[in-house]
Design a binder for this molecule. Structure first.
Ligand SMILES: Cc1cc2nc3c(=O)[nH]c(=O)nc-3n(C[C@H](O)[C@H](O)[C@H](O)COP(=O)(O)OP(=O)(O)OC[C@H]3O[C@@H](n4cnc5c(N)ncnc54)[C@H](O)[C@@H]3O)c2cc1C
Length: 527
């Protein structure tokens, strides 16, 4: 069983289906199959492709620098070196990346990369990958893709009446309970192995580049099942989401590749300010750029800065970024004449479900890969365009391990049905929507790009209250996606604040003004 139809879930399912044509693979998604973070990826896939100007060593070095001392070096090497083979598989499944007239890939460059190595499909790389993988899935006869099936919880010994705690050594996964949104019933689906590929959690913040599905469900359910979660405090804020006054929720992303091609950040006075913050100027790593923008906004009292592309040439811009051009034009911004208003938005979760080098979580027969996993690749900060790569490399590794072990696993047939006794429809949706707004405000105001101890304590007190109220609602209500997502987001918020509270230093994406320096103690925070 696969939970999630982004790049991680789909590429894993395709591999397993091919290896075992007689086995049935189920992919569950909570909305429609293509509504994923994957679909919105713009920049592309970082992979070493031009041996004359690039090397594995350089890609490894760039990843380690971005990760700020916290990457697992072995995992970095695995991902970088196995990357080219995995990307070739995605191409074989039908994804097309831009090529020049000689037939060579057009390679992009993004912040923190020392070479041109980003394969892309115009500025809609994720959409192209999602299209190709879904087409390949539809050609497979032993994959069943079930949409509108919301996974509520992972089934473990806990559901058989045993006491399961964080120190239980052999927690096992037997399948999941799902809310079938077609029938509005809770069903159990049993599986020999389960892959969690549920993506990110950007929706825990008020402004995010992530779509509405990104509510950290996988992380929250594994945490409830007493699995290990790691480094949740490292949330990457994309420096340049399109700023539209009064617009909440998913913000349109202006990819870093625009700065790679020459776009310049300017403050409200028209000054190019990045040189004040970093010698790499506009191509410094994302955390540095996001903090610089945050500081300029606070200094000048504005809600945004500007990305100046006027000098880049309309034809060239249109060729590489047609989607961004159209979006800007639709709100009255002509990039040839106007600067683009931008502001940072929650973008990527570097931490997540702790996995080993084969994608195994701490729960037996439960794998995790893609954005919901913490493999050790990103450390304290993700290098741009390394996440699609990580997803395919680890989908492959999960596949290797799962297909080796699956023959010896049998289905657990004694799982009880879901017990919904004593629950009724919540009388007022406002209880859910208001709590969600409160959570997003607390997270954005107290635990955004810059943190300190007082803000963390305040955030924790408010999250505790929201948790208490939501648990009461959960115990007495029939389940709905809104309630389940709120509950999951509260857990994710709790894990981010908890991780940030334990980390008494500033490193990578975690910046606490009470501890502005990096500690000598290099540690992962495991919860
Ligand atoms: C705007 C944007 C631009 C980006 N650009 C890049 C880029 O250029 N390069 C790069 O490497 N990365 C980029 N990223 C990050 C990258 O897109 C994601 O990290 C990656 O696509 C995540 O893939 P995934 O398979 O892990 O999850 P997703 O693609 O997010 O898929 C998650 C799936 O899980 C399902 N799901 C979630 N919860 C449940 C539940 N409870 N029950 C059932 N199903 C559930 C969803 O329905 C969905 O199918 C970008 C991200 C965004 C948002």
């Amino acid at each position: 069983m696969v939970i999630g139809s982004g790049i991680a879930g789909l590429s894993y399912a395709l591999k397993v289906a091919e290896k075992f044509p007689d086995k049935k693979i189920i992919i569950l998604t909570k909305t429609s199959a293509d509504e994923t973070n994957t679909k919105y990826a713009q920049g592309g896939v970082a992979v070493v492709n031009d041996p004359e100007h690039d090397s594995f060593e350089k890609h490894i070095e760039d990843t380690l620098i971005a990760g700020d001392g916290l990457c697992n070096e072995r995992i970095v090497e695995i991902v970088v070196k196995e990357g080219p083979d995995r990307v070739n598989e995605v191409i074989a499944w039908g994804a097309k990346f831009d090529k020049d007239q000689e037939g060579d890939f057009k390679l992009g460059k993004e912040g923190g990369h020392s070479a041109f190595r980003i394969l892309h499909h115009k500025d809609i790389t994720g959409k192209e990958i999602e299209r190709a993988l879904l087409a390949a899935i539809s050609r497979s006869s032993n994959i069943q893709l079930i949409n509108h099936c919301f996974v509520v919880d992972i089934i473990t010994q806990h559901h058989l009446g045993y006491l399961v705690t964080k120190s239980t050594p052999d927690i096992e996964c037997y399948g999941v309970y799902v809310l079938n949104l077609q029938t509005n019933t809770i069903e159990k689906i049993l599986a020999k192995t389960t892959l969690v590929a549920t993506g990110g959690n950007g929706q825990v913040y008020r402004t995010t580049t992530n779509p509405s599905i990104a509510t950290g469900d996988g992380v929250a359910m594994v945490y409830r099942a007493k699995g290990r979660i790691e480094n949740m405090e490292f949330i990457q804020f994309h420096p340049t989401a399109l700023y539209e006054a009064g617009v909440r929720g998913q913000a349109f992303l202006i990819t870093e590749a625009v700065r790679g091609d020459g776009g310049i950040l300017r403050n409200r006075n028209g000054e190019a300010f990045m040189e004040k913050y970093d010698s790499r100027k506009d191509l410094a790593p994302r955390d540095i750029v996001a903090r610089a923008i945050d500081s300029e906004m606070k200094r000048t009292g504005t809600e945004n800065v500007y990305l100046d592309c006027r000098h880049m040439g309309k034809e060239k811009f249109l060729e590489h970024f047609p989607n961004i051009y159209e979006k800007c034009l639709s709100i009255g911004i002509d990039i040839a004449k106007d600067m683009i208003p931008v502001a940072p938005a929650a973008h990527y979760s570097c931490g997540g479900i702790k996995t080993d080098e084969w994608g195994r979580s701490s729960i037996i027969n439960l794998y995790a890969c893609g954005e919901c996993a913490s493999t050790g690749l990103h450390g304290a900060n993700r290098l741009a365009s390394n996440s699609l790569l990580e997803a395919i490399v680890f989908a492959h590794r999960c596949y290797i391990d799962a297909t080796e072990t699956i023959q010896s696993i049998s289905l657990k047939e004694t799982i009880p049905d879901w017990n919904a006794r004593g629950t009724s429809r919540p009388k007022e949706m406002i209880l859910i929507t208001q709590s969600l707004k409160e959570l997003q405000l607390v997270m954005s105001d107290y635990i955004g790009i810059v943190r300190n101890d007082i803000r963390l304590q305040r955030a924790m007190r408010r999250i505790d209250l929201l948790w208490e109220e939501t648990e009461q609602l959960y115990q007495t209500s029939t389940l709905s996606p809104q309630l389940l997502e709120l509950r999951n987001l509260i857990s994710v918020g709790y894990l981010i604040v908890k991780g940030a509270t334990f980390r008494k230093e500033s490193r990578g994406l975690h910046y606490n003004t009470d501890y502005p320096d990096k500690s000598d103690l290099v540690q992962n925070i495991v919860l």
